[in-house]
Design a protein around this ligand. Structure first.
Ligand code: DOR
Ligand code: ZN
Length: 343
């Protein structure tokens, strides 16, 4: 049995860091595990301009522990009114991608896109300037069952988008279904996908085991086992179209354990360990390095990291709660013992 696993330093290609005290509380976990992260722009108010993205990057850098070696990669939040000229400014400011939230799809998405066609001039500018489009791939149509929203999004949005902007690089974020895995696997080199630890480790039963489990609630919601199996096959294939994006999304425990629970799993404290568990369970530990450390930078056109990290088979307990500003936060798998530990 393999007891250590040394990898090129990995990156997290989908992360929520929030702001202020929450940012200060969660950032050290990611900076310890990852060299870079794509930072989501769904703050209140959202990060919609290059100037705001630059200021947010400065706040992240200021919140880093003194010994950290971590680079935040910034994104803009796409709205119906994002001007094409903002794309040039964003590129000049070092922004690498723009996030599409269909309006109302998830946390802080109210200012999102109501109709993708309203953004076509901006998408045109992104295709030209080489900024990536990161997609929350769910329709918001109340007629569509919540478990079907990702599959319907492929037909209604992804297919026309790919046809109309064939050379725009698109990341289908946090895919959760067989339909999305197959769609991405069959698409050309301009389309890729990120996968979260929770969607690789759990099916929707996790939400209801012995009662309602708010800490397993995220969006897109966990799906049936057949879908989880399809996601595992996608990562086990070793295809460069699939890479690591935790979607670690911190919410205070009091807000998760409330009558209305916000969507998001806070996986940052044990992210790499959770992926190692998922890959080991399917006998694919040999595919973890490329998934975590190669495919992401290759797709984004960025250099791979040069450092190394080591995971060791050494049981440790994930803390049940952690400080989160004035509140507490419960990490995914808090209180459980994990078998892999990042040294
Ligand atoms: O579970 C989620 N949480 N999904 C999202 O799309 C947003 C995120 C958040 O910001 O909390
Ligand atoms: Zn997210």
């Amino acid at each position: 049995m393999q007891d250590t696993l040394t990898l090129t330093r990995p990156d997290d290609w989908h992360l929520h860091l929030r702001d202020g005290a929450a940012l200060a509380a969660v950032l050290p976990f990611t900076a310890r595990q990852f060299a870079r992260a794509i930072v989501m722009p769904n703050l209140r108010p959202p990060v919609t301009t290059a100037v705001q993205a630059q200021a947010y990057r400065e706040r992240i850098l200021a919140a880093l522990p003194a010994d950290a070696d971590f680079e935040p990669l910034m994104t803009l939040y796409l709205t119906d009114n994002t001007l094409p000229r903002e794309i040039g400014a964003a590129r000049a400011a070092g922004v690498v991608a723009v996030k599409l939230y269909p309006a109302g799809a998830t946390t802080n998405s109210d200012a999102g896109v109501t109709d993708i066609r309203k953004t076509y001039a901006t998408l045109e500018a992104m295709q030209r300037e080489g900024l990536l489009l990161l997609v929350h791939g769910e329709v918001t149509d109340g007629e569509i069952d919540v478990f079907d929203r990702e599959a319907v999004f492929i037909e209604r949005v992804m297919q026309p988008l790919r046809r109309d902007f064939p050379e725009l690089k698109v990341v289908f974020e946090h895919i959760t279904t067989q339909e999305a895995a197959q769609y991405v696997a069959a698409s050309d080199r301009f389309t890729a996908a990120t996968l979260t630890p929770q969607h690789l480790l759990y099916n929707r039963n996790a939400l209801f085991t012995g009662g309602l489990r708010p800490h397993y609630y995220c969006l897109p919601v966990l799906k049936r086992e057949q879908h989880r199996q399809a996601l595992l096959r996608a990562v086990a294939s070793g295809s460069p179209k699939f890479f690591l994006g935790t979607d670690s999304a911190p919410h205070a425990a009091v807000l998760k354990e409330a009558s209305v629970c916000g969507a998001g799993c806070f996986s940052a404290p044990a992210a790499l360990e959770l992926y190692a568990e998922a890959f080991e369970a399917i006998g694919a530990l040999d595919k973890l390095e490329a998934f975590a450390s190669h495919h992401g930078p290759d797709f984004y056109g960025l250099p791979r990291n040069s450092g190394r990290v080591t995971l060791q088979r050494a049981p440790w307990q994930v803390p049940e709660t952690l400080p989160f500003g004035d509140a507490l936060i419960k990490p995914l798998r808090g209180g459980d013992t994990l078998n892999w530990k990042l040294l």
